[in-house]
Design a protein around this ligand. Structure first.
Ligand SMILES: Nc1ncnc2c1ncn2[C@@H]1O[C@H](COP(=O)(O)OP(=O)(O)OP(=O)(O)O)[C@@H](O)[C@H]1O
Ligand SMILES: [Mg+2]
Length: 420
């Protein structure tokens, strides 16, 4: 009897939650849900009980698929509620891999955000080890522009990542609404994230997934880098593929070396991704656009970047130069450190020349001159090792040949003047 009662109340609370979500997600109106609820009561009275989901589908208010999605949502919320020490208050969002909840940490009575990872990730022992290691390293970071990592743990077979709750929205939300940032406005955000990265990079931590969705913006326009220290289960390129079909998905910001699946990913991958984010903010376009994620990634590897100041002619040459160096396909041609990048970001914010980028571009021009006699390169040159040593040798040969020619001319002139 007791069991029956609890089953009954379980299904009633499921119906209440389902009805609320159906209205929240605008799948049906409150009136339509109420109509189905009274029909449901009528059916129960006639001893042919049905769930609200069944009635909604039968009445053509929602499709079976929509109901499955709503039910998955409810189940996920419930699984989050089983984390000891926290009370789940709301669902904040869902990315390609995980669900994020707003919760209250009961011991400290503070709001936190909890990311609950998919159960299947827990089956990979190597991943779980990395998850704890990186979580621990991230918890040691302390920076106003980094979403603070608080805790990592496991409950009921789910691993979770507890972090600072940020009241605000993501940079992605602003871009998706069609906002094109002025140079100054973009620099305000990019400089804050570059400072966050400098702090992390100095402690040896690489983010690997810098993108507008991982940049949160508060009411007072403070920018905070999210997911710092959150280990990913798959390779970067696989994670990017998992976002297939999603607008503004990962492949728009991923670095060429991550696409190639290189193992020694370093801070320069984050600089590339921040450059791609900067590009998007000031031009209103992602740097490389194509119909499929694979095609976008191919362009990151092979297609020359259309400089942002050519897309938006209001931009200064300085911004163009900085983005060009941040997004160099060969990481050796990017900034040598995040601190160097910050020097340039400060310089262009003050209307000065970005000296670090200028130096890099000058070196490039020089090596380009030396390369002029070379035959056309194959399409995927980035796949090949860069021959910088060879480039330098060519510059030296040209310079020595020039000097030799000048000497010969000088001797000739001297001999002539002596003769006359
Ligand atoms: N610390 C936080 N405070 C408040 N909201 C957050 C926080 N972290 C994430 N969110 C919200 O949760 C949403 C989902 O985050 P999540 O990291 O799972 O996915 P994503 O970054 O959008 O995409 P991806 O899965 O590709 O990383 C975010 O878009 C954001 O709105
Ligand atoms: Mg995220």
């Amino acid at each position: 009897m007791m069991a029956d009662k609890s089953n009954e109340s379980d299904s009633t609370s499921m119906d209440t939650e389902l009805g609320r979500l159906v209205v929240d997600q605008q799948l049906a109106t409150q009136e339509e849900v109420d109509e189905c609820l009274s029909l449901q009561t009528h059916l129960t009275e006639r001893d042919t009980p049905k769930t609200l989901a069944e009635v909604l589908i039968e009445q053509g208010m929602v499709t079976e698929r929509q109901i499955t999605r709503v039910k998955t949502n409810i189940e996920e919320t419930h699984k989050g509620q089983q984390i000891p020490g926290y009370r789940i208050e709301a669902k904040l969002g869902r990315g390609a891999m995980a669900t994020v909840f707003k919760a209250r940490q009961l011991s400290l009575d503070r709001a936190v955000a909890i990311k609950v990872l998919p159960r299947r990730w827990s089956e990979n022992a190597e991943y779980v080890e990395r998850f704890y290691k990186e979580g621990k390293a991230a918890a040691k970071l302390n920076h106003t522009n980094i979403v603070q990592a608080f805790d990592v743990g496991e409950a009921g077979g789910y691993h979770y990542f507890v972090m600072e709750y940020v009241e605000g929205h993501t940079l992605h939300d602003e871009l998706a609404a069609g906002k094109v940032f002025s140079e100054d406005e973009a620099l305000e955000i990019i400089r804050q994230i570059a400072r966050a990265l400098e702090h992390a990079h100095n402690q040896g931590l690489i983010h690997r997934d810098v993108k507008p969705k991982n940049i949160m913006i508060t009411e007072s326009r403070q920018a905070k880098l999210a997911d710092m220290g959150l280990a990913r289960a798959a390779s970067d390129a696989e994670t990017a593929q998992a976002e297939a079909g999603r607008a503004f998905g990962t492949p728009y910001y991923i670095s060429p070396e991550q696409i190639r699946g290189e193992v020694s990913i370093d801070f320069r991958a984050d600089i590339y991704s921040l450059g791609a984010t900067f590009y998007h903010m000031v031009t209103g376009r992602v740097p490389f656009e194509a119909p499929t994620p694979a095609a976008v990634m191919h362009k990151h590897l092979t297609e020359p970047l259309l400089p942002p100041d050519h897309v938006n002619t209001d931009l200064s040459l300085g911004v163009g130069e900085v983005v060009e160096v941040m997004m160099a396909k060969d990481r050796k041609r990017r900034y040598a450190s995040t601190s160097d990048l910050l020097l340039d970001l400060e310089a262009i914010s003050a209307g000065e020349t970005p000296l670090q980028a200028r130096r890099q571009i000058d070196a490039e021009v020089l090596s380009g001159l030396a390369n002029q006699a070379e035959p056309a390169l194959p399409l995927d040159t980035e796949m090949l090792p860069q021959a910088t040593g060879g480039d330098l040798l060519k510059v030296w040969v040209i310079l020595l040949a020039g000097a030799l020619a000048a000497c010969i001319v000088l001797i000739f002139v001297l001999l002539l003047s002596k003769g006359s």
